[in-house]
Design a binder for this molecule. Structure first.
Ligand SMILES: Cc1ncc(COP(=O)(O)O)c(C=O)c1O
Length: 433
């Protein structure tokens, strides 16, 4: 079969064609290659298949819905299943997050949350709040808003000037002080969060609309916030009337041992974004959760469309069916809390890699972990990529971002599977130069 036409995303296309890695079937904790080789799923696909693959309830719900009503609009129309799913989501959200805006991806959720923040201030007569603040090494997807507030240089540098009025606070990763931290690092939280206070003083806080951060940065390589950091961000935002947005596209839906990362970390934002595990990744979908007060601010003016924003597929019926079945599966199996019970085993297995070849840091939180490798001199990323290929050949899928191995297995993972993931990494590291 020719493999020329598919321009693959975030992929070394030419390299891939010389040695393709293909997956053609999935169930539970495993993928299978077209040749029938079983591969244990270490990153839950792409941080998204939290309930494991091809869960029967979800498969059946999608089948049923696609035959009953494939699509219906949600602009000035509605369908019952979208309302039902939003109610179910509001019921598991932290208190006060009573409104749900549907999107189709994490990128769209990030841009939607930023636009809601800007429009919210405007609706309250504070239209001068137009500045947006992100964080170095943050990832909020690839659309223009998320790219602007995101902080991964390769994702930004060839795409022009982006949005104006966007600033970044420093990232929270400090290898010198916090390497091999178990859970939240001890050092630097207050000082790093005070970057926000400095930006406020410099730019006039009454011009700042929102700050967006991932509670735990995922794509940049599992950067766990130091103790006190998020609390301080919250305090500064509240003091200056700035909205705090959490991007929970990875940390939502049980990844950290509670339904949402905000609950695990004990800090509440004003808006938060989700996608990925919202439908167990079966059908693409995202959702922005808003506090009641934010929604209410939009409901004050003359009757009419309150927010000129939305997507053709917002609240897509098949995605809603998948999402409801995902929540049912989570409830039946206690998946949104399951990570809490596995965390100590996960942590111990990850940190056992301290001392393995090339390892300069191990960090973990909930069912997330990263193993950071020393880059090969003159070839950053090569060692990580080779470890990824070796692990795949040995039957374990891992994710690498440059020289950082990132892990986030489906929440149904068992203890022997946890051990197998880290054993495969140890073997891969031993065989890589
Ligand atoms: C925190 C965060 N926000 C946004 C996104 C973008 O999501 P999507 O790829 O669905 O657009 C991701 C994807 O990894 C993410 O991790």
């Amino acid at each position: 079969m020719r493999r020329d036409a598919f321009w693959m995303p975030f992929t070394a296309n030419r390299q891939f064609r010389t040695a393709p890695r293909l997956l053609s079937r999935a169930e539970g904790m495993y993928y299978w290659t077209p040749e029938g080789r079983q591969v244990l799923d270490g990153p839950a696909g792409l941080w998204c298949v939290n309930a494991g693959h091809c869960r029967p309830r979800i498969v059946e719900a999608v089948r049923r819905q696609v035959g009953e009503m494939d699509f219906a609009p949600t602009f000035q129309m509605g369908h019952p299943i979208a309302f039902e799913f939003a109610e179910r989501l509001a019921a598991i959200a932290p208190k006060g997050f009573s409104r749900v805006f549907f999107t189709n991806s994490g990128s769209e959720s990030a841009d939607t949350a930023l636009k809601i923040a800007l429009a919210y201030h405007r609706a309250r007569g504070e239209g001068q709040r137009y500045r947006l603040i992100g964080r170095e090494r943050g990832y909020h997807g690839v659309n223009f808003g998320g790219m602007a507030v995101g902080g991964i240089p390769t994702n930004r540098k060839v795409f022009g000037p982006g949005l104006s009025g966007v600033y970044h606070i420093r990232h929270t990763h400090d290898l010198a002080k916090n390497s091999f931290s178990r859970g939240q690092p001890l050092h630097g939280g207050i000082e790093l969060a005070d970057d926000l206070e400095r930006l406020c003083l410099f730019h006039d806080p009454s011009t700042i609309a929102a700050v967006i951060v991932e509670p735990v940065a995922g794509s940049a390589g599992v950067l766990v916030p130091p103790r006190g950091y998020l609390e301080r961000l919250r305090e500064i935002c509240t003091r200056h009337g700035i909205l705090l947005i959490f991007d929970e596209v990875i940390t939502g839906f049980g990844r950290l041992g509670k339904p949402f990362g905000a609950e695990r970390l004990g800090v509440m934002p004003d808006l938060f974004t989700t996608a990925k595990a919202l439908t167990n990744a079966t059908i693409p979908m995202g959702a922005v959760f808003a506090k009641e007060e934010i929604f209410d601010a939009f409901m004050q003016g003359p009757a009419g469309i309150e927010l000129f924003h939305g997507y053709t597929y917002s609240g897509h019926p098949v995605a809603c069916a998948a999402g409801i079945a995902m929540l049912d599966t989570c409830e039946e199996e206690g998946l949104l809390e399951r990570a809490a019970g596995l965390e100590s085993r996960w942590e111990a297995a990850a940190h056992a890699l301290k001392g393995a070849p090339h390892v300069i840091d191990v960090r973990n939180f909930g069912l997330m972990a990263a193993i950071e490798l020393a880059p090969r001199p003159g070839a950053p990323g090569a060692r990580g990529y080779e470890a990824f290929v070796r692990a795949f050949e040995s039957g374990v899928l891992i994710r690498v971002t440059a020289d950082i191995i990132a892990l986030s297995p489906p929440l149904i993972v068992d203890k022997p599977q946890i051990d197998r993931i880290f054993q495969a990494i140890r073997e891969a590291l031993t065989s890589v130069a």
